[in-house]
Write a protein that binds this ligand. Structure first.
Ligand SMILES: Cc1cc2nc3c(=O)[nH]c(=O)nc-3n(C[C@H](O)[C@H](O)[C@H](O)COP(=O)(O)OP(=O)(O)OC[C@H]3O[C@@H](n4cnc5c(N)ncnc54)[C@H](O)[C@@H]3O)c2cc1C
Length: 340
């Protein structure tokens, strides 16, 4: 019988460290658990549910008045290999960075640039996590899912997942229909190193030149120097998406602010660094009146729980940041974090 915990604490299950509860919480180990859950509850689909990995990209504005399913199936195994690559399967509950460390130890390439991204393997296809010029979609071979309707198991190909920038079909037509049980990654025995991004190549040189180990270490060093550790200061990484504007709008903005940080985007549009916009509003280090929540002092894109913040405190800071950016630049910035 699947155990359902009532009024369960979620403080340890969200990286903002918000002190919230779930009406019900189930710990998932295998597809059998979903079948049992469906039998016990008379069906899950249509009810208020949340699949919760590490909670590293979520803001709980209130206690969660529904059923939380938390995958805890943690394993890494080799499915098959050739001279060139290795197919590696990992359970959804595996800590993402443990998989990256395992791959590097086994001289398998493809995940090293994604070192130290907080969260679980199960969220990696949902979010199409990315950093330093690489994305999960580049190494995902297939995703094994469990239907929340009937507990049946099926496999989705990389194409089925319709990956986009921090986006996938799991956030759209597959949302609340499937739980990611495990992911198969295609890791290379003859990796092509991706070292051009930002300050990565300089850091790699300091460590003796490119190898899987030095790239992983360089990424870890840079991330540790830039981003607050959620175990110390609650946060979800980048809180806002980088907005895109039309070419004409970009021209107007660049005429007024020539040092605005921009990148070319799809369909001739221009992406603007949201961190630059927030910084230029003078909001680095901003805190709310009660000093429970604010903007990180080093990274304008990161909102932080300074101690005892509620989800509402975080959202009030987020609204202040959005309003300030809209007032100064006429640009709307949207949260990347999922508001629950
Ligand atoms: C300090 C910091 C730095 C970060 N840096 C980066 C970065 O560089 N790049 C980046 O891409 N992200 C980054 N993030 C965001 C975060 O790490 C990723 O979004 C990560 O994938 C979240 O994993 P999680 O297990 O915590 O997912 P959660 O936050 O628990 O869930 C995220 C979404 O995935 C769904 N989900 C989770 N598990 C499953 C499953 N098994 N089946 C179906 N749906 C599921 C949830 O329902 C939710 O919609 C950062 C976060 C922090 C705190």
């Amino acid at each position: 019988m699947m155990q359902i915990l009532e009024n369960a604490q979620l403080k340890e299950l969200n990286s903002f460290g918000l002190d919230v509860t779930a009406k019900q919480l189930c710990i998932y180990h295998s597809p059998d658990d979903i079948r049992q859950l469906i039998e016990q509850t008379g069906g899950i689909v249509g009810k208020r549910i949340l699949i919760l990995g590490g909670g590293c990209n979520l803001v709980f504005v209130n206690n969660f008045d529904g059923l939380v399913i938390h995958p805890a199936n943690s394993y890494i195994s080799i499915v098959s290999e050739t001279d060139d690559h290795c197919l590696v399967k990992a359970g959804a509950g595996t800590v993402w960075d443990e998989l990256v460390a395992w791959a590097v130890e086994h001289n398998l390439g493809g995940a090293e640039n994604l070192s130290l991204i907080p969260g679980t393997v199960g969220a990696s296809p949902v979010q199409n996590i990315g950093a330093y010029g690489c994305e999960a979609k580049d190494i995902i071979e297939s995703v094994n899912v469990v239907s929340l309707t009937d507990g049946s198991v099926s496999t989705l190909s990389n194409a089925d997942c319709r990956f986009g920038y921090r986006d996938s079909a799991f956030k759209h037509e597959l949302k609340d229909r499937y739980l990611v049980d495990s992911v198969v990654y295609r890791l290379s025995k003859k990796p092509q190193f991706v070292t051009h991004y930002g300050s990565l190549s300089g850091e790699i040189e300091k460590l003796g030149g490119p190898s899987l180990r030095t790239i992983r270490q360089a990424v870890i060093n840079i991330r540790n120097s830039k981003l607050p550790d959620p175990k110390v200061t609650g946060n979800v990484g980048s809180f806002f998406k980088n907005p895109t504007v039309s070419a004409a709008e970009a021209e107007r903005l660049l005429a007024q602010w020539p040092d605005m940080v921009t990148y070319p985007a799809a369909e001739g549009r221009t992406k603007i660094a949201a961190g630059w916009l927030i910084d230029r509003c003078g909001l680095k280090g901003y805190t709310n009146a009660t000093r429970t929540a604010g903007v990180h002092t080093q990274q304008a894109l990161v909102l932080v729980n300074l101690g005892g913040a509620t989800g509402s405190d975080i959202m009030a800071v987020a609204r202040h940041v959005q309003q300030s950016v809209a007032d100064k630049f006429g640009i709307n910035i949207e949260p990347e974090a999922i508001i629950v």
